[in-house]
Ligand binder design. Sequence first.
Ligand SMILES: Cc1cc2nc3c(=O)[nH]c(=O)nc-3n(C[C@H](O)[C@H](O)[C@H](O)COP(=O)(O)O)c2cc1C
Length: 325
Amino acid sequence: MEIPNKKINIDDIKVIQAPLAGVSDVVFRGLIRKYNSKCLMTTEMISSEMLCNNPNPRIIKFEDFEYPLAFQLVGHKVDKMVKAAKILAPFASMIDINCGCPVKKVVVSGDGSAMMKTPMLACEILSAIKEATGLPVSAKFRLGWTCDEQNYVEFGKALEKAGASFVTLHARTRSQMYQGQADWSKIKNLVDELNIPVFANGDIKSVQDAKKCIEISGCKGVSIGRGIMGDFSLPYRIEKYIENNEIIDEPSLAQKIEMLKEHLRLEVINMGEVNGIKFMRKFYNYYISSVRNASKYRSILVTLEKEKEIIEVLDEILSLHSQNA
Ligand SMILES: Cc1cc2nc3c(=O)[nH]c(=O)nc-3n(C[C@H](O)[C@H](O)[C@H](O)COP(=O)(O)O)c2cc1C
């Protein structure tokens, strides 16, 4: 059966939900849509080796509201990447190639950001996937391997020539991992050299950040990851800014706590209480970062095992915050 909204019009995309392994699941994407964003969603990276070893399409199940949806593949073997892309193609609006993951166990085999050391191979994979699936293909990469080896402009130009529909640049090097500040001025160098759209990624955590990044880089749109953890309205608010310069206020603490309660409730339904509560522990910091003594509350929240107890602590945080405001 045809998936509604599967087909993507890249010109309409202003915001991309960046892939976040272990974070961005169906509940996460559903909440982004609840706050009205039309953003392009991206799955977390899917290993082409893993998918080729277990190619059962029944494990690939997505909801209509998640579309348009890019499936991100990680791997460095042309045949495996193409085979995996063909398995995903019936469910995918497009395929994204991971050329940015800095994690040791990924780069050690030549995957993720190690692909920036083999640009010809990255291009071969991209054009082979495009030809085999007929889908748009993009790539997400970093500035380069180290600060002395910043080949992002050459890499982007090669991918454009190979047929990329757009690229996303995380403005850090592999050796920076997630340290320091993303350097948005570098994104401008890529924008100036390419004819395909460039999406900026790294440290865009507010509408003001998006505004500044777009002003500095001239990028077509932004890809946001951690900024959504703790505020599902951010993609929509950035879209509104890009579309008509409208600045919508950030949610209040009370609204963020409501979001957190709903996120928790839906993950408990999705995963069951034990797993849902464990899963949610990585989010508390983001939701309550503006609260005085946030780290004290976070350390309490991560020990709790019942949804009801978590809600009691959240109510207490809100009531203390309101008294002090
Ligand atoms: C928990 C976590 C998981 C991530 N998983 C992926 C992934 O699967 N694929 C990918 O290309 N990048 C992944 N990234 C990198 C993000 O997509 C993004 O490039 C990075 O976090 C910088 O953007 P941000 O500052 O908006 O979060 C991950 C980052 C985090 C923090």
